[in-house]
Design a protein around this ligand. Structure first.
Ligand SMILES: Cc1cc2nc3c(=O)[nH]c(=O)nc-3n(C[C@H](O)[C@H](O)[C@H](O)COP(=O)(O)OP(=O)(O)OC[C@H]3O[C@@H](n4cnc5c(N)ncnc54)[C@H](O)[C@@H]3O)c2cc1C
Length: 389
């Protein structure tokens, strides 16, 4: 088999791989590195909407196509709560804009090659790595791998799915105010598990509506369509609309501890544990991980860093929450209802971004029913101590 050598291989040209490469090249840190990017398909046409809250600047602010300053939570009992978001805004980026922006920049650089191929295996050889594709083996000092494989679960690992179908719809009236996004709208049947809608007005006559569930299995396609239509017509009161675009996705929600480093292989994105288990949000954690990698590169010439953003504390909290959701004694709609009713949204965002103090963590805990959480927390701590592969 043909062998090709380079400094860095990036396996997976998705959000993680391309955020890293773009930011490394923009910073000038990798200007002398030869880089090969491998993906089985170049995903530049299929749209995903990446949304996230933030209060500072990000490297992709110019791609935000809409931000919202007013966020609304609707409980399953149809109570409307305007969230106090302080300096936070909720923001959306389209993956089509993201890829067009990063590829425009990266394709022009002479030290990067893009290869379309299936990655069969990535092997750590201690001082270097090998990436096996059907026709070529790539040999490099470092591999950044964001190809996700379902992990082998250990005792105490929960594995739920966040699955959703979203529609971008054109409708001429009766939509929510343009500056107001429904962050979680639980006005939905809960028979399949924790179920809610995101409703984001993106333009005068365009809404993005997503039907989202946290559960063990995905639903037949027809179910998502039926529930989306029922919500748009009966809850939002929009009788005439046209579907402009559709997105479907499944995000793993697991407290499994993903390996970050294996020799010179660095796992990134969902594959590296950057997806927050309790929410599925990935964008912000991933960008923080990339900052750590690039800071380390600047200081030591290597990508290795010690302190994860989502550390042991977050892993225990997520295991607890997934444990509670899995047991279904304290349902997701009740839990999120209590949380948003009693805790300021600014603290919830900080908590989910792993930026809270212990005191602020207590504020979050206090808003929830203590007994289901205490039990699940003890179980999570037990497995953290005694879990073996
Ligand atoms: C539809 C959707 C919407 C989402 N919305 C949000 C959101 O609003 N906010 C948020 O924070 N997170 C969101 N997420 C979660 C997360 O941000 C995304 O999944 C994000 O794309 C993760 O980035 P990644 O690089 O880890 O994975 P991906 O972007 O999926 O990239 C992995 C890449 O690896 C390639 N690949 C896979 N297997 C192979 C192989 N064997 N050989 C070669 N290439 C391979 C794939 O083609 C893909 O391009 C969403 C996820 C989905 C699916």
């Amino acid at each position: 088999m043909r062998v090709e050598k380079c400094d860095i291989v990036i396996c997976g040209a998705g959000l993680a791989g391309m955020s890293l490469l773009y930011r490394a090249m923009k910073s000038g840190l990798w200007k002398d590195q030869s880089v090969i990017v491998i993906d089985s398909i170049i995903r530049d046409k299929e749209e995903r909407i990446w949304s996230f809250w933030k209060q500072g600047k990000t490297d992709f602010d110019e791609l935000i196509f809409k931000d919202w300053h007013h966020l609304i939570f609707y409980s399953n009992k149809v109570e409307r709560k305007a969230l106090k978001t302080g300096q936070y805004t909720y923001n959306s980026i389209s993956s089509v804009d993201f890829f067009s922006h990063v590829f425009d920049y990266l394709y022009a650089l002479p030290n990067i090659s893009f290869i379309t191929a299936e990655v069969n295996e990535v092997i750590n050889e201690q001082q270097y790595c090998r990436v096996i594709t059907p026709e070529v083996t790539y040999s490099s000092t470092y591999v950044f791998n964001s190809i996700y494989k379902k992990p082998e679960l250990r005792n105490g690992d929960y594995y739920l799915l966040q699955h959703f179908k979203g529609w971008r719809i054109k409708c001429s009236y009766d939509r929510p105010a343009l500056d107001e996004a429904y962050l979680m709208d639980f006005r939905a049947s809960q028979v399949h598990g924790t179920t809610f809608f995101y409703t984001l007005p993106v333009a005068e006559d365009v809404l993005f509506v997503e039907y989202t569930l946290f559960s063990e299995v995905v639903l037949p396609d027809k179910e998502y369509t039926t529930h989306l239509h029922a919500y748009i017509t009966r809850v939002l009161g929009i009788n005439t609309y046209e579907i402009l675009k559709e997105e479907f996705g499944v995000i793993p929600m697991t407290n499994h501890r993903f390996e970050r480093f294996d020799g010179n292989i660095i796992y990134l994105g969902t594959a590296g544990g950057d997806t927050r288990a309790s929410t599925g949000y990935t964008f912000t954690n991933l960008q923080k991980t990339i900052t750590k990698i690039l800071d380390s590169w600047e200081k030591t010439g290597t990508p290795f860093f010690k302190k994860e953003t989502l550390g042991l504390k977050q892993s225990l909290y997520d295991a607890t929450l997934l444990g509670v959701l899995s047991r279904r004694k304290y349902h997701g709609y009740q839990l999120f209802g209590d949380l948003f009713k009693k805790t300021p949204a600014t603290i919830i965002f900080k908590f989910l971004d792993a930026e809270t103090s212990l005191w602020e963590d207590m504020m979050v805990m206090k808003s929830l029913r203590i007994f289901p959480f205490l039990k699940a927390f003890i179980v999570a701590v037990f497995w953290k101590i005694f879990s073996k592969k």
